[in-house]
Design a protein around this ligand. Structure first.
Ligand code: EPU
Length: 338
């Protein structure tokens, strides 16, 4: 891999963005060379998957590597479970489908999430009652000195849309180890999924049927980034102390509150706050909110990073003045580098 200058950064928000240097990394050795190259250039080293969770400025003064290490390998297997080693550059949804085809279950609720396997642990991807952290055995990375580090699940500090990798941007994830199960238990905790099964008359859904349900629900609600550029949820759902959340519900009885496992806190729906605060019709040039799911910002064509951030700020301010809650941006901002 030879780094190229003036490198176009792929991103699903379709923002025009170039990095000082960039290239595709297809092996561990490539990653190590790229980390050393960035150090020699005295520039930050950023490794991206498919650019499906970033907001990137026009010029990024960094070395941007694209993670393209592939492979889905069985490390260990017994009648109960299988342990897999997956290259960071594998497409996430392709992994979900491959797993189901082999009878390796657990990931079905995470079908159709855009992006790569290497990016998945960073924000601890989650949907329909399941998070990737439930399956992670270890995450293998290259550090700033080029050394390989293997972080066991507990060291990854997983939480809602969060992990240690958000705070340690210098770690480049090369492979992810997941343990999946072979039994047929499925997670129907999320009302949308249970409702879908009831409507279809499916009484005991298989993992593949759950994946089908999730794909159908997502396709109806969320814009396909190929057709309507977006980065999925733009804000995190706010998690508040129970007392604050309940006080808010006194004023706004329609608010939904969701219990958080092992905590005294309650999660609110950011989509609902945005909706009640009357933000759904806001826009900034071609950057708008997706009407069926206002947690998603879309770029209808030619929108800029500045417009995305300006719209986000207006939403944050409006929600804050209505509810006293500051919505946190979920995707990674690559705007402070250049
Ligand atoms: N809602 C409104 N007004 C609307 C649309 C929706 O009030 O115009 C309300 C609904 O009534 C519902 C709530 O929004 O109560 C929740 O909507 P949804 O089921 O889509 O879930 P979410 O909490 O908004 C989260 C994840 C999604 C994930 C879904 C399904 C975050 C930040 N987002 O969204 O993840 O797919 O749950 O589990 O946690 C992503 O991270 O990119 C993402 C799409």
């Amino acid at each position: 891999m030879t780094p190229q200058t003036d490198f176009l950064i792929p991103n699903t928000l379709s923002l025009a963005s170039r990095a000082a240097w960039g290239g595709a990394l297809t092996s561990l050795a490539d990653v190590q060379r790229f980390v050393a190259f960035a150090k020699a250039q005295q520039l930050p080293c950023l490794v991206l998957g498919e650019g499906s969770n970033i907001v990137t400025g026009p010029e990024v003064n960094a070395c941007v590597g694209l993670s393209r290490i592939t492979g889905i390998r069985v490390l260990e297997e017994n009648p109960e479970w299988v342990r897999l080693e997956i290259g960071a550059g594998e497409n996430w949804h392709h992994l979900v489908m491959t797993a189901l085809a082999n009878g390796w279950n657990g990931l079905e609720n995470l079908a159709l999430i855009p992006g790569s396997v290497g990016a998945a642990p960073i924000q601890n991807i989650g949907a329909y009652g399941v998070e990737i952290s439930q399956f992670v055995q270890a995450v293998v990375c290259v550090d700033e000195a080029g050394a390989v580090q293997r972080l066991a699940s507990a060291e990854c500090q997983f939480a809602y849309r969060d992990s240690v990798f958000k705070r340690r941007g210098e770690l480049v994830i090369t492979t992810v180890e997941l343990q999946l199960h072979k039994h047929l238990n499925v997670n129907l905790s999320y009302p949308d999924v249970a409702r879908w099964c009831a409507e279809q008359g499916v009484v005991q859904p298989t993992p593949s049927q759950i994946a089908g349900a999730v794909m159908d629900i997502r396709q109806k609600k969320l814009p396909d980034p190929e057709q309507m550029p977006n980065v999925g949820s733009f804000f995190k759902n706010p998690v508040l102390p129970a007392s604050q959340a309940q006080a808010l519900r006194q004023t706004f009885p329609q608010l939904s509150l969701y219990a958080q496992p092992d905590s005294q806190q309650l999660k609110l729906s950011a989509a609902q706050l945005i909706d009640i605060a009357g933000c759904k019709a806001l826009s900034q040039g071609p950057v708008q909110l997706w009407q069926k799911q206002p947690l998603v910002l879309v770029n209808r064509g030619g929108g800029t990073c500045a417009q995305v951030l300006a719209l986000a700020t207006r939403i944050q301010q409006r929600v804050n003045s209505r509810f006293g809650v500051w919505l946190e941006i979920e995707p990674t901002l690559l705007t402070r580098l250049g």
